[in-house]
Design a protein. Structure first.
Length: 435
């Protein structure tokens, strides 16, 4: 069996190990990569029977049977490798066999690198969601809402850092999304992180990424490159992390955990909180220099009670969304709309949305009426026909006694039991029923 000089040159240049035997099982060739992987030198194996050198070799069997073996895992001493073995044919006759050997360490390194890249990409896909809302998502009918929306569109266009403040449920995330979608960075990532959701160490890892033991993970500062980083509940950021965030904003560079390399970053920062940061500054819980860095442009959102003209429109939108989703048309009565309008909504838009969903799921008819509302909403309702208090108390007592009587038999004995349960005499029961 002859191996030409040209073939040798080709095999010698391969990174995979190559071993060739003839039809007598004699080793005719190995390349330098085979020596590197198996630590067998040419003088140890060339022109010798393969089975004399490698007693557990399968290549001679492959050559004899003509059946190839692919992906065979081998371990010799402390050497681990994968080998593919196939017969060599000439004029339909088997004239030898060839082994192609891959170093397991190289395979593992490639696999690790691939998995790291894949995990990083998966994480990127998970986090790199485009902004979910736009300014079209912001309902503004109330005069003050319209003015706030115009102001927000104005400040959205440039790259200055924005601090959004407002009560819980006023739509801070909605506005942050809309600002990004209206800015020059709208086609780049919009990355969100809630500062209260993770412990300090995990939060730092999420923001900066890490580089250790040959593994690399990209942090949110890098993932937001070219786009917007939105930090929710920034007031909950650990004091030591506040200092690190300040340095990032000053230099626009980061260092991954366990790394000395400075990496340039380019993102716009939007922060939000429902707390008074200046009060936290006075208490020594928030850095003053960081406060001024993140609040270049302050944006204070309106509570729902201060934009009442938006309430009917918002409630109608939430109800229509549910009607469309579940293919069930439900409407508000005018009385209910008035009650919703006059309620102060301490939970703001989030509370309104939850109430609408509650009503949609519990109402029996196609129209939501006063009786369907939770009691606390009715307490807020304005009383149109004010009654004499004594008369009103008598009416309530009468209704309640009648309700209690339904638990007993409709006879004298039943009425006695009801009076006893109410801790009144039978005569008093009759008097209150007839009053």
């Amino acid at each position: 069996m002859e191996i030409t000089e040209e073939l040798k040159n080709i095999f010698d240049s391969l990174y995979d190990g190559i071993l060739i035997i003839d039809n007598k099982g004699i080793v005719k060739y190995i390349n330098p990569s085979y020596t590197r992987i198996t630590r067998l030198e040419e003088q140890d194996i060339i022109n010798k029977k393969l089975l004399d050198v490698r007693k557990d070799s399968h290549l001679t069997e492959v050559m004899k049977t003509g059946k190839k073996k692919i992906g065979l895992y081998r371990t010799i001493a402390d050497i681990k490798y994968l080998v593919n073995m196939v017969p060599i044919y000439k004029n339909n006759k088997i004239i030898g066999g060839i082994s192609v050997v891959n170093d397991m360490q190289d395979i593992q390194k490639t696999l690790d690198s691939t998995l790291n890249t894949l995990n990083s990409l998966k994480e990127k896909v998970r986090i790199l969601n485009k902004n979910k809302y736009s300014f079209d998502s912001i309902i503004a009918v109330d005069k003050r809402s319209i003015e706030l929306k115009k102001y927000t569109q104005k400040i959205a266009k440039n790259d200055s850092n924005i601090l959004i403040t407002g009560e819980t449920g006023t739509g801070k995330e909605l506005f942050a999304n809309a600002i990004h979608g209206y800015s020059k960075r709208k086609n780049a990532p919009f990355i969100t992180l809630n500062c209260a959701s993770l412990e300090k160490e995990m939060l730092e890892r999420e923001l900066f990424g890490f580089s250790e033991n040959g593994k690399e993970e990209i942090g949110l500062f890098q993932l937001a490159d070219g786009g917007t980083l939105y930090l929710e509940e920034v007031s909950e950021l650990d004091y030591s992390l506040q200092n690190k965030l300040l340095k990032v904003l000053q230099n626009m560079t980061i260092r991954k955990i366990e790394s000395l390399n400075e990496i340039p970053v380019n993102f716009r920062l939007i922060c939000s909180t429902n707390r008074d940061l200046l009060m936290l500054v006075e208490k020594g819980q928030f850095r003053m220099d960081l406060y001024y860095r993140i609040s270049v442009i302050p944006l204070k959102l309106l509570s729902l009670k201060n934009r009442r003209d938006d309430i009917p429109v918002l409630a109608d939108k939430f109800l229509k969304d549910l009607s469309f989703k579940y293919r069930k048309d439900i409407y508000f009565s005018e009385e209910v709309v008035d009650i919703l309008y006059n309620y102060d909504w301490p939970g703001n838009i989030r509370e309104l949305k939850n109430i609408v969903e509650f009503l949609f799921n519990t109402v029996d008819d196609s129209v939501i009426v006063n009786e369907n509302l939770p009691e606390y909403l009715n307490l807020n309702k304005k009383i149109e026909n004010i009654k004499n208090l004594d008369k009103y108390i008598k009416e309530v007592e009468k209704k309640y006694i009648k309700k209690v009587l339904t638990n007993y038999e409709d006879n004298l004995e039943g009425k006695k039991k009801a009076a006893n349960a109410l801790n009144i005499s039978l005569a008093t029961l009759y008097n209150k029923l007839n009053s």
